[in-house]
Design a protein around this ligand. Sequence first.
Ligand code: SAH
Length: 469
Amino acid sequence: MQGACPPPEIGALPTHGRLAAVCGVRDERLRCGRRWAAVRWAAVRLLPCLWRGKYFSSGNEPAENNPVTPMLRHLMYKIKSTGPITVAEYMKEVLTNPAKGYYVNRDMLGEKGDFITSPEISQIFGELLGIWFISEWIATGKNAAFQLVELGPGRGTLLGDILRVFSQLASVLKNCDISIHLVEVSQKLSEIQALTLTEEKVLLERNAGSPVYMKGVTKSGIPISWYRDLQDVPKEYSFYLAHEFFDVLPVHKFQKTPHGWREVLIDIDPQVSDKLRFVLAPCATPAEAFIQCDETRDHVEVCPDAGVIIQELSQRISLTGGAALIADYGHDGTKTDTFRGFCGHRLHDVLIAPGTADLTADVDFSYLRRMSQGKVASLGPVKQQTFLRNMGIDVRLKVLLDKSDEPSLRQQLLQGYDMLMNPTKMGERFNFFALIPHQRLHGRNHQTNACQSKPSPSPVAGFGELGWR
Ligand code: SAH
């Protein structure tokens, strides 16, 4: 039932533009040298990318572009029976509803999908992240065992590149007992991950009703398990990885009004059949408690699910050690309306044909830092360009270029590098952020050195120079 006094409609909320890049997919094609054997190469062709920075209006699409999807029908039914829903509820239903959710039954990544991510563009990205984990493992005393836990692993491409580095550096990791744990809600993507990572050489164990819904062994013989929820991953010494994961978690949106903060809700448009629109809640809603008292912006997005995950990661890292590496596009508590949709590498009106397009909002790193509640130290956000340069991307590119004589491959390597590093492409838009135990920085004045005006370099690779080679 909708409220007796209909909430005011928000005219055309501006929403920013996921990196909508029209890019090729990776395939196995480059083998170079013994040290980096079986290197996979990415991006068959890299075409110019469409930018996300553009403002984008919601709710102005002509009716003929608004097909009644099963998800739209489901949402209209829900709104008719219980009233307008929050943007967070909308995002959650549209993206991860177990039956009809956008992420649940499709492969949306790559050229034929809706968006492209860094690991799908260049193998170097995953390789450098693999080095990061090994570097942290060494710096923290070479624990006898570690779990590598990835949240939202997509096609498994990033993990595949990381595991290749682990294999190449087997002599460094020898005697370390490694296991892989994937947190994934998508049935379809978990099948693709299994194929990418295990080649199903050993039969996978499946049990849909169990918190560990799939189990197997990777191509290089490492045990691998799939979960729907981080809570179910064993609480052991772990390295956590989340790349373009936090941006798909549901956000609540709030608008400052003369009457105070009002939450943005989604309602049925009374003027046009089968259409949704944004409205403002007529009075305060419980989620308002998430807004900071000293907030100066007039529009904010808050992601409580991200807060819960950061609290869990912080708790785990403070108890067992390890680290979390989070990479995403986002800001440090400065942006306002960043909610947007992507379909076929183009911006897409978030309220049109729900279930057929990706929905995303920039990650607020200041909120993630706050949610760690001082249990761990946080580093960043630093720009992707800075992080990858600190990790030695230039050296790695040179090695690959020197080893490849095919002009088209050299071209692809250079284009992939440009896409990851160029400040006008992904170089400045994407950020790296880490959670590490306080002891990791112990004895080092990481913030500022009393004798220097400049901050002293971070001892953690990526946030400072990579010390270990
Ligand atoms: N990390 C990958 C894929 C990013 S897309 C890459 O960079 O290429 C987001 C991923 O998160 C997908 O694998 C999606 O299925 C997964 N996902 C989305 N919501 C999730 C949730 N609530 N819990 C676990 N996984 C989720």
